[in-house]
Design a protein around this ligand. Structure first.
Ligand code: CUA
Length: 313
């Protein structure tokens, strides 16, 4: 955009980022001018009207109509400009064009799911076309999350039991990061997603082939991709360190103590159960917070994840 926003803000990459930045800069510049002007006036008057002798008395001044009208009308005009400009931008941000491409977004502790019109679901990875309006319809499976794309200057809460939406039009292909900006629990800061803006052609190709990528992989390779793509690694480490959930390192075949004190051996059935109904057999010492993957993963994908977990010694 211009130099001021380059200095203070992330790159502007949506159609309304420029307008948002311009208003932001306007408010900043006006505030700066007022700050400097008022500060100079205070120092000047403090000096000019300082007490010069012991017997000096303060002259009685009741009011100055010209001055009072000036300092009322100028701020009023400034506030009206900021309101009108901001309201116009707000309407623009909240009114998605009719031809916008719609993507359903579900926030879960702690991952983002993106549902496309083909039925394909990506986790922590949003793909959108450039130069075309895209509307995200958000909801949450549990607590309040908030989806924020700094480069687009858009942010919207994802609420349980209610839909919210936002829209944007990306101006150029590129890669960005999506943040959760509502404090939603211990892995809130890990609740990130990658945003890929494709050219319209590349987006169509991606959409058509997104499902097919899996076919050529061995089960363990597919499983490795899935634990990344499905956001498992936000809570389960691969190196033995403890995050929100037990580590995946050497998980298969191990004995595990559950919350009720019983001990199970981690086999295919335990893993399957833990993916589909995670909170029925919770490991001792960990909170029952994992979202269910029933419906998001099919049998082949669950098998693949189990095969991958077997390879982690
Ligand atoms: Cu989800 Cu913070």
């Amino acid at each position: 955009m211009n130099r001021l926003s380059d200095f203070m803000l992330p790159d502007a990459r949506s159609t309304f980022a420029g307008d948002v930045d311009a208003l932001f800069n306007f408010i900043n510049v006006v505030s700066l001018i007022l700050l400097i002007g008022i500060t100079i006036a205070i120092i000047y008057f403090a000096y000019k009207y300082r007490r010069k002798s012991e017997d000096e008395t303060t002259p009685l001044i009741t009011h100055n109509s010209k001055l009072e009208i000036t300092w009322s009308v100028i701020p009023l005009i400034l506030v009206i400009i900021v309101f009108g400009w901001g309201y116009n931008g707000y309407l623009n941000l909240t009114t998605a064009p009719d031809d916008a491409y719609e993507i359903r977004v579900v926030g879960k502790s702690w991952l983002w799911e993106f549902h496309y019109d083909t039925g394909f679901v990506s986790v922590n990875e949003l793909h959108v076309p450039a130069n075309q309006p895209v509307k995200l319809i958000l909801s949450s499976d549990d607590v309040i999350h908030s989806l924020f794309i700094p480069e687009f200057r858009v942010k919207m809460d994802a609420l349980p039991n209610r839909y919210t939406s936002l829209w944007f039009e990306a101006t150029e292909p590129g890669e960005m990061t999506i943040y959760c900006t509502e404090y939603c629990g211990s892995a809130h800061s890990n609740m990130l997603a990658d945003l890929y803006v494709h050219s319209q052609e590349d987006f169509q190709t991606w959409l058509e082939t997104a499902d097919a990528v899996d076919e050529t992989l061995s089960p363990a390779e597919l499983g490795q991709q899935l634990v990344q793509r499905q956001g498992c690694l936000a809570c389960h480490s691969l190196d033995g360190s403890t995050l929100q959930g037990p580590s995946f390192e050497g998980i298969f075949g191990r004995d595990r103590e559950l919350q009720d004190g019983s001990v199970v051996t981690i086999d295919e059935n335990y893993l399957r159960q833990s993916i589909i109904e995670p909170n029925t057999q919770v490991a001792a010492g960990f909170p029952a917070i994992m979202p269910s993957y029933a419906g998001s993963l099919d049998d082949r994908q669950i098998d693949a994840i189990i095969e991958y977990l077997k390879t982690l010694d």
